[in-house]
Design a protein around this ligand. Structure first.
Ligand SMILES: Cc1ncc(COP(=O)(O)O)c(C=O)c1O
Length: 403
């Protein structure tokens, strides 16, 4: 491989571009994880994370990918043979289901077409039918990274409440946390699962569980085997800022920096920035005459857009052209939609000109790969970005919330 000048465009929907500030923070010498300096680092991070998850409760950090945090949520709260309700929103929901079944849980998997999020009415109907309360947990992927569809978590919570059902509520926010509005406490979530490599702008390698009091109580009687993932020892050590085993110290330096950056910008502004860049992306896709996989505008993802290829054209061949010609990685189609969609990641440390470069790469790639499309997608996005400033988008979002 010869040297390629300029920055690679990493426009997969995670891992995302790691900003220089975070890279520099990670690069410091590793310290004694049982010394006083580490305790202060741990306490600072564990407090800051509460703001990011919008919770007053504990958030635990695992040196693991997101899959580990999925497992942790289940093994800490459930027992062999427990029933859980899951929804086929896409590849990640499908993988979480497989993990749950391997652990010995009995999963009811509500079928879906990979173009919509979880239907709150289906949640209410399923739970209302369950008069004996056999279902112990409802698991939802907030933002399906394989499809670019965001489920309406607050509405799912309201549906659980309407059914007056005591099930625990678990939400995977791996590709939504710190990109799309999310509120652990307000939305009555019992365990929020998250990862480092997307909205948090860090390299892969950390994952999280934000835990409600109800989940902590469930953990006291849950019987699935657990050791590495056990919350009790983790929380005991975390009380003083430490970990029960060797933590990923340098990634934690990065996490401290990421929390600072997100709070400096302000979470609401972070969400508004993502919403605006996502809208610009969708305008580009429509102008190209291509189809967005997500069919319900209420569920458009603000962290990525999955685009359907015209019939007879292979998404992976197109992606290969973009990589070779323009040094940009786009997300591939996963599982059922492999070869049929490509995904544009627009989350994390990302701004107007990075998006413009990304969309220019897609538009040039469509032409170079001979994919039928109309020109003008980039222009449509740029016109939108020029007309709506980031500040105005943030103010709009705040007004919409208070109004
Ligand atoms: C929504 C979602 N859930 C779970 C995962 C699995 O996380 P990991 O690959 O970090 O184990 C991913 C990974 O991209 C994801 O996007």
């Amino acid at each position: 491989m010869s040297h390629r000048s300029g920055r690679h465009f990493l426009q997969i929907p995670g891992p995302t571009n790691v900003p220089d500030r975070i890279l520099r923070a990670i690069e410091r010498p590793t310290i004694d994880h049982r010394g006083p300096e580490f305790g202060a680092l741990g306490r600072e991070i564990l407090a800051g994370l509460k703001e990011i998850f919008r919770t007053a409760g504990p958030v635990v950090i695992y040196p693991a990918s997101g899959t580990g945090a999925w497992e942790a949520a289940l093994v800490n709260t459930l027992s062999p043979g427990d029933r859980v309700l899951m929804f086929e929103t896409g590849q990640f929901a499908t993988l979480w289901r497989r993990l749950a079944e391997r652990l010995g849980l009995e999963v009811e998997f509500v079928a879906g077409d990979w173009r919509r999020g979880v239907d709150p009415e289906a949640v209410e109907a399923k739970l209302s039918e369950d008069r004996d309360h056999a279902v112990k947990a409802v698991c939802v992927v907030h933002n399906e990274t394989s499809t670019g569809v965001t489920s309406r978590v607050a509405e799912v919570r309201a549906a659980i409440d309407r059914a007056k059902h005591p099930a625990l509520f678990f939400v995977d926010t791996i590709s939504s946390l710190a990109s799309i509005d999310y509120r652990h406490d307000e939305w009555g979530v019992d365990v929020t699962v998250a990862g480092s490599q997307k909205g948090l702008m860090l390299p892969p390698g950390l994952s999280f569980n934000a835990i409600s009091d109800k989940a902590l109580t469930a953990a006291e009687s849950a019987r699935l085997a657990r050791s590495y993932w056990a919350w009790d020892e983790m929380l005991k050590a975390n009380a003083k800022g430490y970990f029960p085993y060797t933590p990923a110290t340098n990634l934690l330096y990065g996490l401290r920096e990421a929390i600072d950056m997100l709070l400096e910008e302000g979470l609401d502004q972070v969400f508004a920035r993502h919403a605006r860049l996502a809208e610009a992306t969708r305008r580009a896709v429509r102008a190209w005459g291509l189809e967005i996989l997500c069919v319900d505008p209420r569920e458009y993802s603000n962290s990525l857009t999955a685009v359907l290829m015209p019939a007879g054209h292979d998404a992976d061949a197109f992606r290969a052209t973009v990589l070779e010609r323009f040094d940009m990685s786009l997300g591939n189609g996963l599982g059922k939609v492999q070869g049929k969609v490509f995904r544009i990641g627009h989350l994390g440390d990302f701004n107007d000109l990075m998006l413009s470069g990304t969309l220019a790469g897609v538009e040039m790639g469509l032409a170079a790969a001979g994919v039928p499309h109309r020109r003008g997608g980039l222009q449509a996005a740029v016109d939108y970005l020029a007309g709506v400033s980031g500040e105005a988008a943030g103010a709009d979002l705040r007004n919409a919330k208070s109004g």
